[in-house]
Design a protein around this ligand. Structure first.
Ligand code: HEM
Length: 392
């Protein structure tokens, strides 16, 4: 899928700026459609997206010629069973809701520190730079055991890798992604070597111990695993906090509702995940010829489940384009479905809940102070800069 398509191609611009009109069209008129520009089938409807994500005839192994993951160990995200099962089971325990709940006091403390700094400085601030980005980065770095002084370097490396998740990646961006990946791998190899002699109470040290027992994890897989967790922790939750806050600021009635019932934050977060999903699409490859909707998919074809479209499917959600922070049940697919369901979902949820609840409680009159600047990526939908004002 490494194709040179002009960056300003209308389809790509539409996907990036406001994909929802396109999704509405696909949902009603072309639920499973071959897309020549993307070189893949787009799948829009909820039921079809769920069926692709839970059908073993589709492979998650989409490492391709020239992709950063080619020729190295595959992360769990792009592995099929039995490798997927083995890799995921090694870290699953660290991310269960119960274990993640124990991080609550620390997450609250980081949020408080960030909000204190914003308040002390006074005036307008950039919600992304000052809260949405630093929070998840700090949390995943502490969990893995990455020294704080090294964190500045990750920003560029992980952003470069995130751009390579798009369905079309320019050669230039692919080269940047490969450089970012190599830099991260070299970095983790150093940290791993340090931990071998001096284990710490962190996830990297636990994984090093597993690797040293042999059998279950080799060193390359260990490096790739650290990388996946670090990048996932850097590039996704930021978009939940950014997109979610923007949605609330644009729907003052819903923001007022949340302020009146702060305990409903966990239900509200699910709606924010559905309404403007941080991960808009993912990819699979058909193992064999099969039928999807009323279309025939050939073996080897790429299929793109559009999570963002499925989350706005009127066949599944009443008034899908309305933000309703009390929507319950809310079986959105923002974290995917099936065996690859987001490992970090409990962590992302708790970070989102704590950050947004604390933000609106600290600033009772928060408002937009300028136009949001969108990130360029498509797969990861988010905002680069979100100027807001406490309007005190
Ligand atoms: C709001 C934030 C997040 C969203 C919307 C999100 C979304 C997703 C989605 C949609 C998938 C499935 C992709 C697929 O099926 O192809 C996924 C997988 C994954 N996510 Fe997240 N994610 C978020 C945060 C995190 C965090 C904080 C972590 C890290 C700790 C994380 C780690 C992972 C991992 C390791 C996988 C692969 C799981 C597997 O292949 O079994 N995610 N995520």
């Amino acid at each position: 899928m490494l194709t040179e398509v002009p960056h300003d191609h209308p389809l790509l611009v539409q996907f990036r700026e406001d994909p929802y009109p396109l999704y509405r069209y696909l949902l009603s008129a072309a639920p499973v459609q071959w897309n020549d520009v993307l070189g893949a089938w787009t799948v829009a409807r909820y039921a079809d997206v769920v069926s692709v994500l839970t059908d073993p005839r589709f492979s998650a192994d989409r490492t391709i010629e020239g992709s950063p993951e080619q020729q190295i160990a595959r992360s769990m995200l792009v592995s099929d069973p039995p490798d997927h099962t083995r890799l995921r089971s090694l870290v699953q325990k660290a991310f269960t809701p119960k274990v993640v709940e124990q991080l609550r006091p620390r997450i609250e403390a980081i949020v408080k520190e960030l909000l204190d700094a914003i308040e002390a400085r006074g005036g307008e601030f950039d919600l992304i730079d000052e809260l949405a980005y630093p929070l998840p980065v700090q949390v995943i770095a502490e969990l893995l055991g990455v020294p704080p002084q090294d964190q500045a370097n990750f920003h560029e490396w992980s952003a470069a890798l995130a751009a390579s998740l798009d369905p079309l990646v320019s050669e230039q961006n692919m080269e940047r992604a490969i450089r970012g990946r190599d830099a991260l791998h070299a970095y983790f190899r150093t940290i791993i070597a340090e931990r071998r002699g001096h284990p710490q109470p962190d996830l990297i040290s636990s994984l090093v111990a597993v690797e040293e027992q042999g059998e279950r994890l080799n060193e390359r897989e260990l490096v790739v695993m650290c990388n996946l967790l670090l990048v996932a922790g850097h590039e996704t939750t930021v978009n939940l906090i950014g997109n979610g806050t923007l949605a609330l600021l644009r729907h003052p009635d819903q923001l007022a509702r949340l302020r009146q019932a702060p305990d409903s934050i966990s239900v509200a977060i699910e709606e924010l995940l559905r309404f403007d999903s941080p991960v808009q699409l993912t990819g699979r490859i058909a193992h064999q010829t099969l039928r999807l909707g009323d279309r025939d998919i050939a073996a080897g074809d790429w299929v793109l489940p559009l999570l963002g479209a499925a989350n706005h499917d009127p066949l599944q959600f009443a008034e899908p384009d309305e933000l309703d922070i009390g929507r319950n049940p809310n079986p959105h697919v923002a974290f995917g479905r099936g065996i690859h369901f987001c490992l970090g979902a409990p962590l992302a949820r708790i970070e989102g809940q704590i950050a947004i609840a604390a933000l609106i409680s600290r600033f009772p009159r928060l408002e937009l102070a300028g136009n949001p600047v969108r990130r360029e990526q498509i797969t990861l939908r988010g905002i680069q800069h979100l100027p807001v004002s406490p309007a005190a």
